[in-house]
Design a protein around this ligand. Structure first.
Ligand SMILES: Cc1cc2nc3c(=O)[nH]c(=O)nc-3n(C[C@H](O)[C@H](O)[C@H](O)COP(=O)(O)OP(=O)(O)OC[C@H]3O[C@@H](n4cnc5c(N)ncnc54)[C@H](O)[C@@H]3O)c2cc1C
Length: 462
């Protein structure tokens, strides 16, 4: 059973006349484990005594994506394809815009299940798809919120002011949504012959052979940002990384040092939906309880600190993009007081100004910033503390706040494996005052929170 709050009905209808399958369009939640949308689709397929087909569409020109993102995503999808096959569920990788790709499979479907997407273009795709389906056939289309612990519309009906306003709501609702989702077996196994009449652009075989480069070549993806040599995608890799984090770093998580770096590296896996935050929390609680039973020391402050990030801060970020229309536009992304203070300091003299090219070449006077940027360009990762510092410095070193914002978003989305995520839009907006409050007034920053290299040296062994 899936909690009702996760389910949104887009339309009702009988579906195709001689239905051959139930269709799940996988997009946000690229995993088999802890995927409420997949579980719901399995239940529906069993109820109608039909097999289940999962379609994933790889879009050649997905907003801002490059070879680094595609590579990581395809590594995860190869594992999804394998696991679904073992379970007797069909999987097709379509090279197509999602709306066109999914529509091809509609004429033989009993119903459509979708996972919830939170960014503007993801929401538009779902609405457009359902609209187009209505023109062809009357069909039930259901969307399931599975990438948040508490569904975004249940947690709050409005944009939240700060972590302190959403935190009590999330914790009050948590007991209603912390159930481990149960995945039934499919009763009717998938057969590829069921889609023999569909004119496909199916790349599943390449995916299963793990020919990622071939796939990337055929998609014509921007290859100027290379795949990360350090980080590998997929559910198994996510679990391995998580377990290493529990063993080696969890007890030191409360230390925010970018030097010792006691973080989980879950951001990239969460971004592609290769792991669910609910599964992370469930595994964390199990690990902590086993360690305590074995008489091992657990640093509760560190555990609580990690839960705060992966649950409260992450779900605050999703709340922000969901309810802020202009979450990616300079003049709409932050609050009135922040715009006021920026207006007052617009003409302050900037000691250093760097172009986008100089930033990408890690060519500033600040060795800490350069190192952080180099790591971002080469590996696709940067520690949370340095992300704040990195963005604050772009604000300080740009001729205008708008240019600073646009450069930060561009670099963030281009180089981070977890770029183009609600957390990224929120993290950058935070540097411009969102979810924060006014601080002591200073040149250029005005009342926006200030960060400098001396602060880094004072706090950490840089
Ligand atoms: C300027 C700036 C840009 C950022 N860009 C991105 C981005 O593009 N994509 C992205 O996923 N995150 C972004 N963040 C948020 C955060 O820095 C990363 O999620 C985190 O560093 C990822 O590394 P980790 O998984 O090792 O983090 P951990 O410290 O191990 O945290 C565990 C998880 O908690 C969540 N989390 C941690 N910090 C935050 C936060 N500040 N806000 C919301 N959720 C958080 C993430 O899901 C993270 O994976 C940005 C933050 C800032 C200040």
């Amino acid at each position: 059973m899936i909690e009702e709050g996760r389910i949104e009905v887009y339309s009702y209808g009988e579906g195709a006349q001689h239905s051959k399958y139930v269709l799940y369009w996988m997009q946000q939640a690229q995993r088999v484990s802890y995927n409420h949308a997949l579980n719901y689709a399995i239940d529906q397929a069993n109820e109608y005594d039909l097999p289940l087909l999962v379609v994933f569409c790889v879009t050649p020109n997905y907003v801002g994506a490059n070879a680094r993102h595609y590579h990581f995503m395809l590594e995860g999808l190869a594992e999804v394809a394998d696991t679904l096959k073992e379970k007797g569920i069909g999987f097709v990788l379509e090279k197509s815009h999602p709306v066109e790709g999914v529509l091809k499979y509609i004429k033989d479907a009993k119903m459509l299940v979708m996972d919830k997407g939170y960014l503007r273009h993801q929401r538009q795709w779902r609405e457009e798809l359902v609209q187009q389906i209505k023109e062809v056939v009357s069909m039930t289309a259901i969307e399931i919120d599975t990438d948040l612990i508490v569904p975004v519309t249940i947690a709050s009906e409005k944009v939240e002011h700060a972590a302190r306003t959403i935190r009590p709501k999330l914790w009050r609702l948590y007991p209603n949504y912390d159930h481990q989702p149960i995945q039934d077996k499919v009763k009717k196994k998938w057969k590829i012959s069921l889609i023999k009449n569909i004119d496909r652009c199916d790349m599943t075989e390449d995916l299963i052979r793990q020919d990622y480069q071939g796939l990337i070549d055929s998609l014509g993806v921007d290859e100027s940002v290379k795949p990360s040599k350090k980080y590998q995608g997929g559910y198994s890799k996510a679990i391995e990384t998580l377990e290493e984090f529990f063993e080696a770093k969890l007890n030191k998580y409360k230390d925010p040092s970018p030097v010792t770096r006691n973080t989980s590296r879950m951001g990239m896996y969460l971004h592609f939906g290769q792991i669910s935050s609910l599964e992370i929390l469930k595994r964390l609680y199990k690990y902590v309880s086993e360690q305590k039973s074995a008489g091992n020391y657990i640093d509760q402050e560190s555990v609580d600190g990690f839960i705060e990030q992966v649950f409260v801060r992450r779900e605050l970020a999703y709340n922000y993009v969901y309810y802020t229309q202009g979450y990616d536009q300079f003049d709409k992304m932050t609050d009135g007081w922040a715009y006021q203070t920026m207006a007052m300091h617009r003409d302050d003299e900037r000691e250093h100004i760097y172009t986008l090219e100089e930033l990408i070449k890690c060519n500033t006077h600040d060795p800490y910033w350069n190192d952080a940027m180099r790591e971002m360009v080469e590996t696709g990762y940067m520690h949370n503390y340095m992300r704040m510092y990195w963005c604050k410095k772009i604000l300080e070193w740009s001729p205008s706040y708008q240019e600073a914002y646009e450069h930060a978003i561009y670099l963030n989305n281009r180089y981070f494996i977890d770029g183009r995520d609600p957390n990224g839009y929120t993290g950058v907006a935070w540097c411009f005052g969102k979810h924060d409050h006014g601080w002591k007034e200073r040149p250029i920053f005005g009342k926006l929170r200030y960060m400098n290299a001396n602060g880094l040296k004072r706090k950490f062994k840089m």
